[in-house]
Design a binder for this molecule. Structure first.
Ligand SMILES: Nc1nc2c(ncn2[C@@H]2O[C@H](COP(=O)(O)OP(=O)(O)OP(=O)(O)O)[C@@H](O)[C@H]2O)c(=O)[nH]1
Ligand SMILES: [Mg+2]
Length: 258
């Protein structure tokens, strides 16, 4: 008797990813992972990414395994992920993977995330552990700042044993995502991933990391700038204060209604 494979769902937020979305969908499905699904969450991208996503969802090549969530306007990564996670859970996803659509998170690592997920609750793709790396084009100052933010600043303030707290390439087990209670997360932008990691740690979930190489995006335009990075750095204190009393017994028990 063969065991039924768990339902794997990649949650892919998009904003103006017209030049990446088709290739990303193909690259993901080419991995040949059993019971594999994709949920694209688009914030009404002016470049028509949402329309392309709809076409992909009707494309026989993907055998109805692509779902699309359309949100009315750009509201940042946090709200997009929160809605998408609830939707993915309602669709019965058992292993949920979040990643960027711009190929900075490379689909080839997904089998390793799944393998590592056998003995923990969350797996993080990590640029800052042995074997991990960032784009060669980054200058020494940018490399140092990013390493310091992830390996020194964030783990010291939050007291978390995580080597890449700001990375956005992650896998969650269904029960873990429900237990974390997505509505506890208040961050909007890039610090959303830090808040998720901190919540998971405070609630006592087992977190593992695998090394990844992180190349810069090749197509499309960046939404990141230094003011966003600075705001994220300061918000780490807010996150620490917000969840200071959280303990493993505060894990959410009931499923979500959508
Ligand atoms: N749905 C949604 N997706 C978003 C939003 N902001 C960013 N994204 C997507 O989230 C992912 C990560 O954002 P990134 O935009 O890669 O960060 P970036 O601005 O591309 O910065 P670089 O990677 O340095 O170019 C990408 O797939 C974006 O398209 C948003 O407000 N809503
Ligand atoms: Mg990016």
């Amino acid at each position: 008797m063969t065991a039924v494979s768990p339902k794997v769902m990649v949650v892919l937020p998009t904003y103006n990813e017209r030049d990446n979305i088709r290739q990303m969908a193909s690259a993901l499905f080419e991995l040949g992972i059993p019971n594999f699904h994709l949920l694209i969450v688009d914030d009404n991208s002016p470049d028509g990414t949402g329309k392309i996503a709809d076409e992909l969802s009707r494309d026989d090549a993907f055998a109805g395994q692509i779902n699309v969530l359309h949100r009315p306007e750009k509201q940042g990564l946090g709200p997009a992920y929160k809605q998408a996670y609830k939707h993915a859970l309602a669709l019965g996803a058992e292993l949920l993977i979040q990643m960027d659509a711009d190929f900075s998170h490379q689909p080839k690592y997904i089998p390793q995330l799944l393998e590592k997920a056998r003995d923990c609750d969350i797996v993080l793709g990590s640029r800052y552990m042995p074997g991990g790396s960032v784009d060669d084009a980054w200058g020494p100052l940018r490399k140092l700042l990013s390493w310091w933010a992830n390996r020194v600043y964030t783990p010291t303030i939050l007291n978390v044993p995580i080597k890449d707290a700001t990375g956005g390439f992650r896998l969650f087990h269904r029960d873990c995502l429900i237990g974390m209670d997505i509505d506890r997360v208040h961050s909007n932008g890039y610090v959303f991933t830090v808040e998720m990691a901190y919540l998971a740690h405070k609630l006592g979930y087992r977190i593992s990391e695998i090394p990844i190489h992180f190349p810069d995006r090749q197509r499309g335009t960046s939404k990141m700038d230094s003011s966003i990075a600075l705001e994220a750095a300061l918000r780490v204190f807010q996150i620490k204060y917000r969840h200071r009393n959280l303990k493993p017994e505060h894990r959410r028990k009931q499923a979500y209604q959508i």
